[in-house]
Design a protein around this ligand. Structure first.
Ligand SMILES: [Zn+2]
Length: 124
């Protein structure tokens, strides 16, 4: 039995990343603002492929000076700093959540229904 949290992608409200995976540039907490790509596996389970990861220290865009400073600091060599963090967050997501999508417009309906039932069964 898994102790993963069930998360409905059709009602996505953002996910806070745990503080042990901080922003690689400034150490602030990260949050996932959108999940825009996922695959439905053979067994109907959902694996996250792509999401938007944001640093919570991002200042208001109206504050030009602060935002430019922040932006410059957060764009330095993303493949060295950002990508490994992104991959850590992706692993954390797929390890800790069981994703479902109650709005099946993008999914194979039968596979999904089967998966939702099996998830419900194992959660009790
Ligand atoms: Zn940051």
């Amino acid at each position: 039995m898994s102790n993963k949290q069930i998360y409905d992608l059709s009602n996505f409200l953002g996910i806070d990343v745990p503080v042990n995976i901080p922003c690689p540039y400034c150490g602030s907490p990260l949050e996932i603002s959108t999940i825009d790509e996922y695959v439905t596996c053979e067994d109907g389970s959902i694996e996250i492929e792509h999401f938007d990861l944001e640093c919570t220290s991002e200042p208001d865009m109206d504050d030009n000076y602060a935002w430019n400073n922040w932006n410059r600091r957060h764009r330095n060599m993303p493949y060295v700093y950002w990508l490994p963090t992104y991959e850590d967050v992706k692993r954390w997501l797929n390890d800790n959540f069981t994703f479902i999508a109650s709005d099946p417009s993008k999914n194979d309906l039968k596979k999904l229904a089967h998966w939702v039932e099996s998830v419900k069964g194992s959660a009790i």
